[in-house]
Structure formats: C-alpha cells, structure tokens
Write a protein that binds this ligand. Sequence first.
Ligand SMILES: *Cc1c(COP(=O)(O)O)cnc(C)c1O
Length: 735
Amino acid sequence: MKEVSNESFIDMQSAAAILQTEQNFRDDFNSKRNLPENLESLDRIGWNYFWSWSADAAQLFREIDSRLWEQCEQNPRVFLKNVSGLRLWQMANDHEYVEKLHCFNSKFENYLSQPPNVIGRISSKQPIAYFCAEYGVHNSLPIYSGGLGILAGDHLKSASDMNIPLVAIGLIYRFGYFRQKIAHDGWQEEKYLDSFAGELALKPVLDENGERIFVMVHMRGREVFAQAWLAKIGRISLYLLDTNLEKNEEVDRLITGHLYGGTAETRVVQEKVLGIGGVRLLRRLKIEPSVYHLNEGHSAFLTLELAREFLEQNEAENFSDAVKVVRQKCVFTTHTPVAAGNDTFAPELIEACFDENFVNALKISKEELLGLGRTNPENKTEWFGMTPLAIRLTRSANGVSEKHGEVSRQLWLKMFPEKTSSTEVPISFVTNGVHAPTWIAPGFQKLYEKNIGADWTEILKDETKWRDSIEKISDAEIWKTHKLLKHLLISFIRQRVYSAQTGLHDTINENEDTRTLFDADVLTIGFARRIAAYKRWNLLMTDLERLLKLVDDAERPVQFVFAGKAHPQDRTAKELLQNLMTLGNTSNWQKRAVFIEDYDQEVARYLVQGVDVWLNVPRRPLEASGTSGQKVAMNGGLNLSILDGWWIEGYNGENGFSIGTPDDEESADEKTVDAEDAESLYQILEEVVVRDYYEKNADGLPWKWIRRMKSALVTLTPQFSSDRMLKDYLEKIYI
Ligand SMILES: *Cc1c(COP(=O)(O)O)cnc(C)c1O
C-alpha cells in the first residue's frame, strides 16, 4: 500500500516552479547502496523490471522489510536506499534467504543470456519498434493512466518472455498521471507526485563516448531537446524521451511533464516528441526497425518523419513515393470505437506546430499535410485526426477484439469512398490479452507449480493439456486458494479505508469500525474502471431498492468494491461518483460497499485476484476490448458482463454470466437499452449469481460455483493471455 503524505502532492502550477528551482537535476541516478557481498545481486535485480513479474523476486524484497517495501511503492531502488543496515546484515546471515536470492539471480541471469529469436525479417538487428504514449509496467514506474498503458506493459513483458526482438519508445512523465483523492463531500480531487523525487530504475542513454544522447525536434518556433532514459523490461529495452533539460526553455521542459495533462497544444508537441523524436532516437542508436508498431494514434507523426527521411535520401522522389515506402514499414492498432475517442486537433494548431522546413521537406503544401489527417482530405473545416493519418500511412490497421474490428470498419468506412460496404475496409483485429505471470496471483501460480509443474506457462499454450491439468486440481484446493486471496483483498480494503480515516488520506468512507467492514463469506462483486459515460457506473443504481435488497439480504447478502478515476474536467462523472459515495445511509451499504481511491495497477491486482465476480456494463458496442475481466478470469473470478469487447469471444455459458441479449443493440435508443440492461442485470444477480454462489454441497463447498471457476480458468486463461496476443501480432500483423 502506498502511503503518501499530503505534502508530497503537487498541483500543475507548482510543477513548473519545481523545474525552475531545480539545479543538479538527477545526478544521483547511479547512486549505489553498499550491500553485503552476498546480497549484491539485489541491486542488479532492482535495475530490471523482470523482478516485477516473478512472485519469488517480490518476496525477496518484502522479506527484508515488508513495511518499508509497501511504503516505497515496491520500488527496489528506493527500498535499497532506505533499508536499515541491520536488516541487511541479518539477511546476509540468513543462509536460507541467501540461497533463495542466489537461486532467483541464476534464473534471472539465465533468462537474460538467451539470444533473441529471429522471426522472418525480425531480428535483433531489425527489431519491431513499438511506440506508445504510456506504459504500465509496474506501479513504481508511474507513466500510465489505465488500460492502454497496462496493455503496452503486458505487450513488452510477453515479447520479453517469448524472446521477440522488440524495442519500445515512450515518454517519461516527470509528474505522471493524476492521483485521486476523494474529499469529505465525495468530490474527486486531483494531485500529482514528482516521480523523480524517488529513484526510478532508469539509466541515462549515452553514446560511445559516454555522453548523453540528445535528439532535437522543432516546435514552438525553436529546437527542443530531448534526452532519453532506458528501462529494462526483462530482455526488452524501453526508451523514454524527456524534455526536462536545462538547455530547453522552461515551458518546453514541461512537455514531458504530465501524462494527458495540459492543453491540445501540449498534446501535439508531446506527440511530436514521441513520434518524430522517437524515430530520431532510434537513428542515433543505430537501430533499423523492420516494422514500426503505432499502438494507438498518439505516435502517428512518426510516419511523417519516416517520409521526410526517405525524401532527404532520395531527392528525385516525391511524397507519394515516400508514402509507399513508409506504409510498408508501419502497422497501426486503434483502441477506441467512437470518433470522439480519437485525438483530433484544430487545423490552425497543426499549422502552428509544423514549421515550413518540415513541410517543405515532405514536398507537400500545408493544406496537403492537413488533408492527411482528415477523413475527407478536401474538407477544409475538418480537424486533423491522428487515426486517419495512421490509417493512411500504415500497411495494416487493427482493432483490439473481433467486435471492435467490425465497429472500426464501420467507423472509418468514410475514409474509403470507393468501398461500398464496411466489410471491405482494411481493418482487422487482434484481441487483447493480459500477461499471465503479472496478473495471476502467486497463490494460484504455486498451485499450478505443484499440480501441473514448473513449466505451467508452457502447458498453458496447449489448450487440451491445460484443460486436463486444471480439471485434475481438486475443488477444495481451488476454493482454498481463492478464499485466501479474498481474505487478502478484504484486509487490503480495511487497511486502505483505515489509513484514509486516520489522516493519511481523508475520505468519505467513514465506517465506524473498519475491522467489521466486509466479510469473506459474502459474495463479493468488484467494479473498477474509468468513470466515463459509456461505462454506465449508474446502471447498478437504476433501482436502489432492488440493489439494497441484495446488499441487505440476511442469508445471502452481496458486497461491492468500487474503484476508478473520473477525468479531471468531467463534472458529470464526478457528480456520479459523489452520488455513489453518499448512498444508502439506512442500510448495510456503508458496511458492504467501499470505494477504493486512486485505482492503479496495485489496487487492480488486489481486486482482480480477490473478487468473486467482476461486473462490467458498458453500453454496447463501446468497449473496444476490456482487459480487467481477463485478469479476473485467470484468478478464477467470474465475469458478469454485457456481451461486448472480449467477452463476446470469451463467454461460453458456464465460465461467467452475460447481461442482456447480444442482438438488441444499435437500433434502440439509449434509455430503452439502459432500462433493459438494468433489468437483466438485477435478474441475473438475484436468480443466478446469488443462487449459485451460496449453494453448498455436503463438504460445504459451493460446487456449482467452483465448476464455473474451473471453466473460466480452463477456457479463458490461454485464450486471453498476452502470449497468445503476441503470437497473433507476429502471424497476422508483423510478418
Ligand atoms: C487492467 C487495467 C485497466 C484496464 O481495464 P478495463 O477492463 O479496460 O477497464 C485499467 N486500469 C488498470 C489499473 C488496470 O490494471
């Protein structure tokens, strides 16, 4: 659990002031704690995020000082800096511990020493270059906001495990994404933390002479410099660009200040640093990618830089020749199913942000440049969209589930006037997946090791073998493993609420006694996601009486845990959250429903591993994929979800529950659909979910429920792992 004092929070204005007064910016990045000789590998382990998806490795740090480990957001660098000498020498004298450390370190070194695979044209000389605006690798590297970032992090981890040659490019946000606090009246407040105040496992990127590498990108009428940091994600290198340099103007130092902060202009210049700066960095590093993967449109300017490069080297050619070459090298993944979810910028803004030299080098006019980002290039009033640009300049575009592929083809049909039907639009799909070793609880991993073998992640790749292996595990063992995780979740909830009440955070969750909050025998439903209109947070509250009846039931009650952030400018979302926080004073609601502040990867892990049921009620077809439900399924939790995104592909009638009917969509109006879905939700809860959960056999086990859990583990774990996703990308997209 993160314990951050109020003083360390910063608002946007003070961020600028911090940079201004800063003098010796991060000259301590190589500081090294003197460790006892037989513990020295701890330092090396801490420099590579590989430890974060190995349950044994996290344990190696926690065992030294569990309290400190939690206090410093499970950041090995900060931890080793602060841990007491006495604890270190105690561990150095503990032979069993030293042996475990040695054992993990050998595994780690062996992992790193394997040469990367060669797959077609993809090799370590010509890797895949993966571009994304955010990466959710681990909580201690706070440069992500939600689903997109976590997906990118999981992509890198699977690429590492599968030893696929891939380099990743992103931005380091000094102040990260906003942290959420809920005030006494239930209103969301946003604060930022200075990420570099602590130590991140990032090394400066240097040239052959040990000098820092810089790239320059022209913006705001001047050259802006960016340096780079390297994060090691197992075998994968993640390069993060950073404009926070003294030689930049003060405002430019903040370009990489906040993730999704600032104005539209900030977004454009950020995206220029990512796309254009990213390609220039690869050149400085002498990396010649065989394919560029634009994960979401934020990095689409990279296609323009590739075209500029080509024309610089081939003076006789024109822009359309360049486009042919660029398209061959680039692939694009779109992540939203609504037009409004795609970045678009006013034409004047794009004109202001691209200097004449750059446009001239492309051998096109400003108007032609603007046309590249329009669905209809002739429409002078249309804004510049990153998605049209990406679709035009890549050889492959894909959505993130089968349904989302279909929706995207309809959405972008207008870009292809010669096509008569959306089925002809060249947008395919690769369904998202999640990284099993990151998301499967250590308890289940141990259960698999014991029952299946140390190579269970390999067995996972063979659906038949995996099925046989899971079926063999006894009901009692599955249930025991789940119950342990549920107890862990409940104690996490109690501690979070308690620390919120005792001043570390202040919040509205003012239950009289946190120790009676939640009960491990009660059916527990989790609902954690962004507070956006289409996610329909209020669907559950449609009929309060009916909801509270479920919660208050004497024999078969239900409890709810919520988490999620509202966009800082979204008042409607904040009001919705406030309503939820002030609900149901006369019932058990206060004891059986909690809101956990500041949903992030760590909170997510407790939730997805410990709940019985994961609720998801998006308005169809607006959930592109969704991945949190996949994490739940891998831990034996059951999804209770609208048939949308990944769940259309995952649901089989037994491995979870579906809300509503799949075919009544598009035509009906929102109000009708919402009412029908709410009715269906209550009905399934009352008649199926509660019934199956509380029906016990002679051994006291909920046998029907466990059968469903096993079905989820058997069918959903292999299908929705990011290893399967990477395999699909290799076969369908990259090669
Ligand atoms: C997995 C995850 C998400 C994405 O979940 P959705 O199902 O797309 O809502 C968002 N935030 C965090 C912290 C996650 O771990």
